[in-house]
Ligand binder design. Structure first.
Ligand SMILES: Nc1ncnc2c1ncn2[C@@H]1O[C@H](COP(=O)(O)OP(=O)(O)OP(=O)(O)O)[C@@H](O)[C@H]1O
Length: 594
């Protein structure tokens, strides 16, 4: 039976200790420290300070730390260090030495890239592969031949490898030395319980297991029981006030009360009057709403990209890459994670009805997709909740996409009367008391009623043109574009780099070009307060050096990079891009299987 040793939070959170601690003190290999320095990562975060030495000692660790606290390096750095040593003593293995399991393909790609980059910077002969369950068995077999030292994947894919005989259970038993369950609190809710159970009997007793999560839950407890063998488990931190642990302290949270109908007007005011800092990640609860916002903003010359579970995987990865590289400032992400389970159940009902009627089931969104949990959106300064999330937990994870590690961020939530219930829950979770400044959700003060009203006429006029039909058409259009992008990524990248032109994700979808007069807000519509507020936001941005270096630095990078298909890295458009005809030939492309 595992013994739980609880570490008092003050040992983890002490500021003095934080100042003193370095990666050297934690016993980290010089090569890893140099690699981190190249990434401008100079001192460990609290979770890294505590977890790294323990993992290096070989302890099983259950690490719980708030979103954006640096959990990935907390396990990757010691994992790699251990493999550096293991590779010198190398005995012939038939399966990976370390397996990292994550709930979504996006996370798997993210972790894989981080491992690969560290390996390259450290110049060590370690091999890492990333596998997904939609890969053909032959590709899985090729990728695992060798075998690689590290496998990053989802539990469903590992189960597939086992059942297809690509991974032998006995080889796992002989080879596996480290198993990481990242975003452990999500794995079971994504429906991976059976997949994990298929692996657990083959995990050798000596294997070191790590469970990383942002929240404590019954699911994490269940996983602990399933996976952990060693008798010594350190749970960090298990005591203290839950909200202090999960809410990032460096995010200024604010809210605006408005009707559901006025939300477009408010988002226009915030963005057009430059009252929030870029980059901005906008969350909606449905895909249609995302397209409605995109089309609406386009009319005012504000370009944005959308991200949702309906898009092909290659496109989703590429959109994230481009956004992270600073190629566009506004990303509208549909967060349907909280409704996923419900939708899957609904879908099952529809499917069974359909099969009874011998009808074809509708294409299904990718259930291994998630934009909220774990995805490391880089340099997001503002998270904007266009729709409120459905729970406190959803809120915490959304605002955790900004203020990552040592950076700061802001969130603005648009709250309509029918969202008041969840808003009140969030407020009471955060603690509505005067003493607690760090986690407060306060009214957004930079936007005055006057400023909003000055834009009302234009906003209402334009919003009428964004009809349901227009939304439906542009959603279909975007899907066609992205399927084509996705296929282009596969088929033509190596042959012709100019095809990168097609990969612009913030393309205008409106049939009519935006009217020039809507692009600028005339001076007579702006009051002095708004001008002042906008100036302050701009000054703050300039002070932070946040003037979208990604877009300017892009051309240089584009010339240098050689193989965009392999890296799927963000490569941007050239000026004067070719417009592509939208054909129907790609309609029949296969949908992503999970
Ligand atoms: N010691 C550090 N100093 C500065 N930045 C860091 C440090 N460690 C990690 N980061 C950066 O902080 C960001 C967040 O890290 P990471 O994704 O590991 O957080 P997380 O705790 O896993 O969050 P989530 O629970 O949302 O997945 C990343 O961009 C990472 O590169």
């Amino acid at each position: 039976m595992a013994e739980t040793l609880e570490k008092p939070p003050k040992e983890i959170e002490s500021e003095d200790e934080e100042e003193d601690q370095t990666f050297e003190n934690l016993g980290l290999d010089g090569r890893l420290i140099r690699a981190l320095n190249k990434k401008k990562i100079l001192k460990p975060t609290p979770i890294q300070r505590v977890a790294i030495p323990l993992i290096l000692e070989g302890k099983d660790v259950v690490a719980r730390a708030k979103t954006g606290s640096g959990k990935t390096f907390a396990y990757l750095l010691p994992l790699l260090q251990k493999l550096f040593t293991a590779s010198q003593e190398s005995t012939k293995k038939l399966a990976p030495t370390a397996i990292v399991l994550v709930p979504t393909r996006e996370l798997s790609q993210q972790v894989y890239k981080e491992v690969r980059s560290l390996i390259e910077l450290c110049r060590v002969p370690l091999k890492v592969v990333q596998l997904t369950s939609n890969m053909p068995t032959s590709d899985l077999r090729t990728a695992l031949a060798g075998p690689p030292e590290i496998l990053v994947s989802t539990p469903a894919c590992v189960k597939k490898c086992l059942s297809d005989g690509v991974l032998q259970a006995t080889s796992i038993g002989d080879s596996l030395e480290m198993l990481v369950l990242d975003e452990a609190d999500l794995l079971l809710s994504y429906g991976y319980e059976e997949d994990i159970k298929a692996l657990t009997p083959h995990i050798p007793k000596h294997c070191q297991s790590l469970l990383m999560s942002a929240t404590a839950s019954d699911d994490v407890e269940k996983l602990k029981k399933l996976i952990l063998h060693n008798s010594y488990i350190l749970t960090l931190p298990e005591v203290g006030d839950i909200k202090d642990e999960v809410i990032p302290k460096n995010v200024e949270q604010s809210w605006i009360s408005c009707t559901a109908r006025d939300k477009l007007l408010y988002i226009l005011s915030l963005l057009k009057l430059e009252l929030v800092q870029k980059k901005v990640l906008i969350f909606t609860n449905t895909i249609d709403t995302s397209f409605r916002i995109k089309l609406f903003l386009e009319k005012f010359g504000i370009r944005s990209a959308v991200l949702n579970s309906e898009l092909p995987q290659n496109s989703r990865i590429h959109i994230l890459e481009e956004f992270n590289a600073g190629l566009f400032d506004y990303l509208i992400a549909t967060d349907d994670s909280e409704t996923k389970e419900k939708k899957e159940n609904d879908q099952k009902k529809i499917d069974s009805k359909n099969s009874r009627r011998h009808a074809k089931p509708k294409p299904k969104a990718d259930s291994e997709f998630g934009v909220v949990r774990g995805i490391d959106f880089k340099n997001v300064h503002t998270v904007l909740n266009f729709d409120m999330p459905l729970s406190v937990e959803g809120y915490v994870h959304r605002i955790g996409r900004t203020g990552r590690a040592y950076s700061t961020g802001a969130s603005v939530s648009l709250v309509s009367p029918d969202e008041m219930k969840v808003f009140e829950e969030i407020k009471s979770f955060l603690g509505d008391d005067e003493e607690n400044d760090s986690n407060k959700l306060v009214p957004f003060t930079l936007l005055t009623k006057n400023a909003v009203e000055s834009l009302r006429y234009r906003a209402e006029d334009v919003s009428k043109s964004v009809t349901k039909l227009a939304v439906r058409e542009s959603r279909a259009q975007d899907l066609r574009n992205e399927i084509l992008n996705s296929e282009k990524l596969k088929a033509h990248f190596e042959a012709n780099q100019k095809d990168l032109d097609l990969l612009k994700h913030d393309k205008v979808l409106s049939k009519k070009p935006p009217a020039p007069h809507l692009r600028v807000v005339p001076d007579y519509l702006l009051d002095a307060t708004t001008k002042e507020a906008s100036k302050r936001v701009k000054l703050a941005r300039a002070a932070m050096g946040n003037n979208n270096p990604g877009r300017r630095g892009f051309k240089k990078k584009f010339k240098k990079d050689k193989d965009p298909l392999k890296s799927l890295s963000a490569q941007g458009p050239k000026k004067g891009r070719r417009e592509r005809k939208d054909g129907n030939e790609n309609h029949k492309q296969k949908r992503q299987k999970t």
